[in-house]
Design a protein around this ligand. Structure first.
Ligand SMILES: O=C(O)CCC(=O)C(=O)O
Ligand SMILES: [Fe+2]
Length: 320
């Protein structure tokens, strides 16, 4: 019989937060921070002010980062909708190499670090996998991140340093990025008996920022595709009122403060957005999303898998 290991129950140590008011000028989003989550300051519009200032910085960054003509349609779509899917991103021979490397490296990692059932609820703690990466659960969903390495993953290592990729991602992000922050990303869906809160609509943070997934295997509707509400990256007055209401509510709480606000579908409708778009995509598709817009992880059947090259570079809101 197969032995099922379990990840321990211990909660992750809270991330260190910058002390004092300086945090207001950083990407800090956690309302547990005494300044960020100050109830009076938020009633008076601190949170909304941070959003408006971040939006102004973003506008300026866009003006400075004019897309190359080959990237223009994608960047325009990304800026307008907050999301874009670029199909057939690589020529077929390069794609085949990437797929073999990414799927192979991820499968090999399970030889060395087998799948372990999870007993924690919510956003789990990181579990290191030697020098190669780490696992983290969202409820029943396993996220495995593996670092890129010149020898172990030469094709991925080279892709994220290639001229075309760097140009596209830099223009999208608004400034240079550290390719060392990009990883292989494997997602394995589990049972909803242990709810995955990434499957609830939310926005990650209060300012425009990007994540990308270059999927190397098809992601069907049953494989838990990424879902995004087009246009929800834009800051309307209705959105600002919602943000204000939520900031006041979250500041008043004593627990579960966080900073990645959840939203239900009724509220999304009330904000007047278009229908959410589901990114069931073919392998060789690059999906880029501004996760200030509302999104969620689709409902994958248990055992469904996604294989991707991934970047979640959190942009500093008040830098050019
Ligand atoms: O895995 C996904 O499809 C999206 C999860 C998510 O919400 C995120 O990465 O911010
Ligand atoms: Fe998210």
């Amino acid at each position: 019989m197969q032995k099922v290991n379990t990840v321990g129950k211990k909660k992750a140590a809270p991330k260190k937060m910058l002390p004092g008011p300086i945090a207001i000028l950083t990407a800090e989003k956690n309302f547990a921070h005494p300044w960020i989550g100050n109830p009076l300051a938020n009633r008076m519009g601190l949170h909304v002010g941070r959003i408006l200032l971040a939006t102004a910085f973003d506008r300026f960054r866009r003006l400075r980062n004019i897309p190359h003509r080959d990237d223009r349609v994608w960047i325009q779509q990304l800026r307008r909708d907050g999301v874009v899917a670029i199909p057939d991103f690589l020529p077929s021979d390069e794609f085949a190499r990437m797929r073999d490397e990414i799927v192979g490296t991820i499968r090999d990692s399970f030889e060395r670090f087998p799948f372990q059932e999870n007993t924690e609820t919510g956003f789990g703690q990181r579990k290191n996998l030697g020098e190669i990466g780490f696992d983290r659960f969202d409820g029943g969903t396993l996220n495995r991140f593996l670092s890129l390495d010149r020898n172990r993953t030469p094709a991925s290592f080279a892709l994220v340093r290639s001229k075309r990729f760097r140009r596209l991602y830099k223009t999208a992000l608004g400034f240079g990025f550290n390719p060392g922050a990009l990883q292989l990303y494997y997602t394995r869906f589990g049972s909803e008996a242990n709810h995955d809160s990434q499957k609830d609509f939310h926005r990650d943070t209060f300012h425009p920022t990007l994540k990308f997934w270059y999927f190397v295997e098809d992601v069907s509707a049953e494989d838990g595709p990424f879902i995004y509400v087009p246009g929800s990256n834009r800051t309307s007055s209705a959105r600002l009122s919602w943000e204000h209401r939520r900031s006041v509510e979250v500041s008043a709480r004593t627990a579960r403060k966080g900073g990645a606000f959840r939203i239900d579908e009724e509220e999304l409708n009330a904000l007047g957005f278009a229908e959410p778009r589901t990114f069931a995509v073919r392998g060789n598709t690059l999906v880029i999303a501004d996760t200030y817009g509302f999104h969620r992880r689709g409902d994958g059947r248990p055992g469904a898998e996604r294989f991707a090259l991934y970047g979640g570079v959190r942009r500093m809101p008040y830098l050019f």
